[in-house]
Design a protein around this ligand. Structure first.
Ligand SMILES: [Fe+2]
Length: 178
């Protein structure tokens, strides 16, 4: 984007651009989830990632429907914010050997992605309504609810891990991560 460029015109142009960014992200997430499924040790975390992999495939379909309802062909637009989150996650995964520590990090990395998605889908849902496209808004809202539910599930997993760790620490006075 140059200083004098003005490729994006109007809210509908902005909507399609950000739609392309989340489409770019969603199309990469299955591959990332495959890695996370293979690395996760906690059965709850692993099954949570597997469920979200199925959901993600449906979310990609929904995005393609939104593009077409809007009269556009599905088009990925590179999103540096998503690239940064993915790069940070991959870099850390390769540096952690301890399985419990890796589970803790994978939960955190997944929540980083969920929060990115919640912002994107929340904004797109609002813009779709503003543009009078309730058909697009309702599809985007469905995905927004799935992302929020996934984020809440990850929070529960993180909390239960912390609780288990606290119980273990009081019974053995040992630090699992030491
Ligand atoms: Fe998603």
């Amino acid at each position: 984007m140059g200083i004098f460029s003005s490729d994006i015109k109007g809210l509908d142009g902005l909507f399609v651009d950000v739609l392309g960014q989340i489409y770019y992200a969603e199309r990469q997430i299955p591959e990332q989830l495959d890695v996370m499924i293979s690395k996760a040790t906690s059965p709850e975390l692993k099954s949570g990632f597997e469920q979200h992999l199925q959901e993600t495939r449906g979310q990609i379909d929904r995005l393609e429907q939104v593009f077409r309802l809007f009269g556009k062909e599905p088009n990925e637009i590179t999103c540096p914010a998503f690239d940064g989150i993915a790069k940070a996650g991959n870099g850390m995964i390769s540096k952690i050997d301890d399985p419990q520590l890796l589970d803790a990090f994978l939960t955190h990395a997944a929540q980083m992605v969920e929060h990115y998605e919640i912002v994107q889908y929340g904004t797109l849902t609002a813009w779709a309504k503003e543009l009078g496209r309730d058909d697009c808004a309702s599809l985007l809202q469905q995905t927004l609810e799935e992302e929020k539910a996934t984020d809440q599930k990850l929070t529960r997993i993180a909390e239960s891990r912390l609780n288990a760790r606290a119980e273990n620490a009081t019974s053995t006075s040992s630090n699992q991560f030491a």
